[in-house]
Design a protein around this ligand. Structure first.
Ligand SMILES: [Zn+2]
Length: 388
């Protein structure tokens, strides 16, 4: 249908040109139509350590998804949780001689400071796991009611035998990942090693809450499922997080939510941001190869770090080396020079910019277009990408 300007009857003010087509975005081949807002759930940090480039990449892409949605006429509502009930966090707090919640709050403050320095907008919702223990208990009770879970020895386990196959994994790969992500596949209380704890019986030295099954604490996937459903209801438009969370975390989160509500799919689309590696190896404190965000920002403007993250397909893993920052600086200079030009043909270029961002957040192509077009499209893209 042809675009037709609309005139507001009483003021004579022209509203923006529009078509009858609903805004839509495509992520990893999944197209979702949107009306006026989009619910975006992002798996947030476990606040026990410094912010590194992997965190920065994930949350810069989530931020950019929100900015792109707003450019397309859809208001994003972002929920980024804080996983402050966690074994690794407990251990780190214990080493620091601090209570887990005090330790988490301090780490969280530093993370928020890092995100602000990177020009990542604050999420609309920031639930903390320790405030959602009651909701996890309700989730566990609901899963027991439907038969999707069973209670044993003080824990409640989701039956997870089919979760791996629905995620496209064979059993051996699923067991390997379960072990890697502390899923306790060898727990003798489980019917199947691929079952996961919705509620975990407490062990000495860990925080514990009362429950119908005795003292315990939420399972990791159940925390996120309870927070997402508490904030957004049974489903979200986009669920985002690092690609390494695809299995088991996201797969079990979705399985719990779907078993509890009966609403499928839990997520209409997924934004699995590619892993950042160093010389091909995953960044890890134990490997001593962390690239820290505050060190990058000490030597480079935030816009350069953002553009280094964004000027590539979001789903692909990225092997970091300092040359990427040099290339990002040159690309940013090109965008800024283009933004200073005055060029004709802006409406067509802006429409093309919207199309490129709507299809898989194609930032590299959008940058090529904006630098080539100059003027308004370049200024618009700089704003949409948080570079201005
Ligand atoms: Zn999560």
């Amino acid at each position: 249908m042809a675009a037709r300007p609309a005139r507001m009857a009483d003021t004579g003010v022209m509203t923006r040109t529009h078509t009858a087509a609903a805004p839509a975005v495509t992520l990893a081949g999944q197209r979702i139509e949107l009306l006026d807002r989009a619910r975006v759930y992002a798996c947030g940090i476990t606040p026990y350590d410094v912010t590194h480039l992997g965190h920065a990449a994930t949350f810069t892409w989530v931020d950019t998804l929100g900015r792109a949605l707003r450019f397309l006429g859809v208001e994003p509502e972002v929920c980024r949780n804080v996983t402050d009930v966690d074994d690794v966090l407990d251990a780190a707090a214990g080493r620091a001689g601090a209570a887990y919640d005090t330790f988490a709050a301090v780490q969280q403050f530093q993370f928020d400071r890092d995100m602000a320095a990177l020009n990542v907008r604050s999420p609309e919702h920031e639930p903390r796991a320790h405030r959602y223990v009651e909701q996890v208990i309700r989730l566990a009770a609901g899963l027991l009611d439907t038969g999707a879970a069973y209670a044993r020895d003080g824990s409640v386990y989701l039956r997870g035998g089919d979760v791996a196959s629905r995620a496209g994994l064979d059993r051996a790969a699923a067991l390997r990942l379960s072990h890697e992500f502390a899923g306790r596949p060898a727990d003798p209380a489980k019917d199947d090693p691929l079952d996961v704890a919705v509620w975990q019986v407490s062990e000495p030295g860990h925080p514990a809450w009362d429950s119908p099954w005795g003292p315990g604490r939420p399972g990791w996937h159940a925390e996120c499922a309870a927070m997402a459903m508490s904030v957004f209801g049974p489903a979200v438009d986009v669920h985002a997080g690092g690609a390494d969370l695809r299995y088991p975390h996201h797969a079990y989160h979705a399985a719990m939510a779907e078993a509890f509500t009966g609403v499928r799919p839990y997520a209409r689309a997924w934004l699995h941001v590619g892993t950042v590696t160093i010389d091909g190896a995953k960044m890890a404190k134990s490997a001593g190869n962390l690239v820290l965000l505050d060190e990058l920002l000490a030597g480079h403007p935030a816009a350069v770090v953002r553009l280094m993250i964004l000027d590539r397909p979001w789903a692909e893993s990225c092997d970091y080396h300092p040359g990427l920052l040099t290339a990002a600086q040159a690309r940013l200079d090109g965008l800024y020079r283009a933004a200073a030009r005055t060029e004709p043909g802006e409406p067509a270029a802006l429409a093309e910019l919207a199309r490129l961002l709507a299809i898989d957040l194609d930032v590299p192509a959008a940058l090529d277009l904006a630098i080539d077009s100059g003027g308004g499209p370049a200024r618009t893209l700089a704003a949409v990408l948080g570079l201005s």
